[in-house]
Design a protein around this ligand. Structure first.
Ligand code: HEC
Length: 118
């Protein structure tokens, strides 16, 4: 008998949330490069780019990450797998400067702390 695992349901749910999140912060993109287009198509359907941009992983870790995402449903042409791993390793390896989080959508943050101007 076929039973949907809780894991699959969780991924589906988080993906739905991810799409909403991606729509609200369109500024963060995967870096330019030969694989940008394919990576965007394969990797930004479930979550925004930020979750990738903030990683600093070596190649073995990116390999595991890729294979995990494919297992979770990312559509990656097997021919592109190695190139994508190289692309992510080169751009988001341990030698890269730390990720600096950007504020979302330019909206004022911490409004409650600013003093009224009158
Ligand atoms: C089928 C949906 C789906 C696709 C497609 C997908 N991911 Fe994910 N990814 C997830 C989920 C779910 C999480 C966990 C989300 C969270 O923690 O908020 C995640 C998390 C991540 C993380 C954070 C570390 C981790 O393992 O939790 C990285 C890095 C990542 N994804 C990279 C990628 C890359 C690279 C691709 C393209 C090859 C990709 N994802 C495509 C569903 C997906």
């Amino acid at each position: 008998m076929f039973r949907l695992s809780a894991g699959v349901l969780t991924v589906a749910l988080i993906c739905a949330l991810g799409i909403a999140g991606a729509a609200s912060s369109p500024n963060e993109q995967l870096p330019a490069g030969a694989m940008q287009e394919k990576a965007s198509a394969a990797c930004l359907t479930c979550h925004e780019a930020r979750i990738i941009l903030q990683q600093r992983l070596g190649k073995p870790a990116w390999t595991r990450e890729m294979d995990k995402m494919v297992k979770w449903g990312a559509v990656v042409d097997p021919q592109d797998r190695d190139a994508l791993i190289d692309y992510f390793s080169a751009n988001f390896g341990p030698d890269q400067p730390a990720y600096v989080a950007t504020k979302s959508s330019g909206a004022p943050v911490m409004k409650s702390r600013s003093k009224p101007k009158h």
